[in-house]
Design a protein around this ligand. Structure first.
Ligand SMILES: Nc1ncnc2c1ncn2[C@@H]1O[C@H](COP(=O)(O)OP(=O)(O)OP(=O)(O)O)[C@@H](O)[C@H]1O
Ligand SMILES: [Mg+2]
Length: 262
């Protein structure tokens, strides 16, 4: 069974149909790249998966269980949405680190909040040992993204590439089933994109399931198991990178691929 299954997902902003019936599946441990021109709905799709937007209709299934069902979505409470959101991690184009916290605190914050919320629900005091574990886990994650020297720095003291690697460690801390990236390198100077793409490649090697919206065609070609090309709110073409890039069927995909000069 697919880890993620998206069925007939639609999203409208007023009269604008931004997602017009998106269907795809993603297997555990696979990397899906989503490519497509500006305004085709890529960010909106990621925001719907992460419950930052509510789709108008359709279904999102995780291991066959409905996370979102357009027919019953109105009844979902804010607390339920917070729980559902935990299945996905999201790394934004512009990092979104908390400027007032150190690198280490940026990574521990959400884990600590989670423990506090659990403690509240279970009517107990937060577990101090858990906070200590979170600290160790954050240090380990920061080591894995090559930032063990920067744990006590503040975001403004880091390069864009380093900030993005903190954002990746922070997203991994909550152990999402699927880690999503929205153009993770497009705010970076070209010499800094490599270090971020290297981290994503390493995550692939440890079988992290990922969805990467990207304009880096070379990366999409070499790192993805599957590529989706979006155009005008629809999936115009999907398949292996070889199929989509080397042998596109649709004229729109062909034109896009040619323009991106892989
Ligand atoms: N909150 C919003 N309200 C109204 N329209 C929106 C909103 N967010 C996105 N849109 C519109 O939806 C369409 C798709 O936007 P989206 O950001 O998903 O595109 P994208 O594929 O991510 O583009 P890009 O490559 O430029 O990031 C665009 O026409 C955009 O103007
Ligand atoms: Mg976008």
């Amino acid at each position: 069974m697919a880890l993620l299954e998206v069925q007939a997902l639609t999203k409208q902003y007023g009269k604008l149909e931004v997602l017009q019936g998106i269907n795809f599946t993603l297997e555990k441990g696979q990397v899906l790249s989503i490519i497509g021109s500006s305004g085709s709905g890529k960010t909106t799709l990621l925001r719907c998966l992460n419950f930052l937007e509510t789709p108008n209709s359709g279904k999102i299934l995780l291991e066959g269980m409905p996370l979102f069902d357009g027919d019953s979505a109105a009844k979902t409470t804010a607390a339920e949405i917070r729980q559902k959101r935990l299945h996905f991690g999201l790394v934004f184009q512009s990092f979104h680190l908390f400027p007032q916290y150190t690198v280490l605190q940026n990574v521990t914050l959400a884990m600590d909040l989670q423990e506090k919320e659990r403690a509240k629900q279970e009517k107990r005091k937060p577990n101090k040992q858990k906070f200590a574990q979170n600290l160790e886990k954050a240090k380990q994650l920061l080591k894995e993204v090559g930032l063990e020297q920067k744990v006590n720095s503040y975001p403004f003291q880091l390069s864009g590439g380093q900030q993005q690697r903190v954002a990746i460690a922070r997203a991994l801390a909550l152990e999402p089933d699927i880690l999503c990236f929205d153009e993770p390198t497009s705010a970076l100077d070209p010499e800094l994109t490599g270090e971020v793409l290297r981290v994503i490649r390493e995550l692939r090697n440890t079988h992290t399931t990922m969805i990467v919206v990207t304009h880096e065609m070379d990366f999409a070609y070499h790192v993805s198991d599957k590529v989706i090309f979006m155009s005008g709110g629809k999936i115009e073409e999907e398949g292996t990178p070889q199929k989509v890039f080397d042998n596109p069927q649709s004229p729109i995909t062909k034109a896009f691929v040619q323009k991106s000069k892989l």
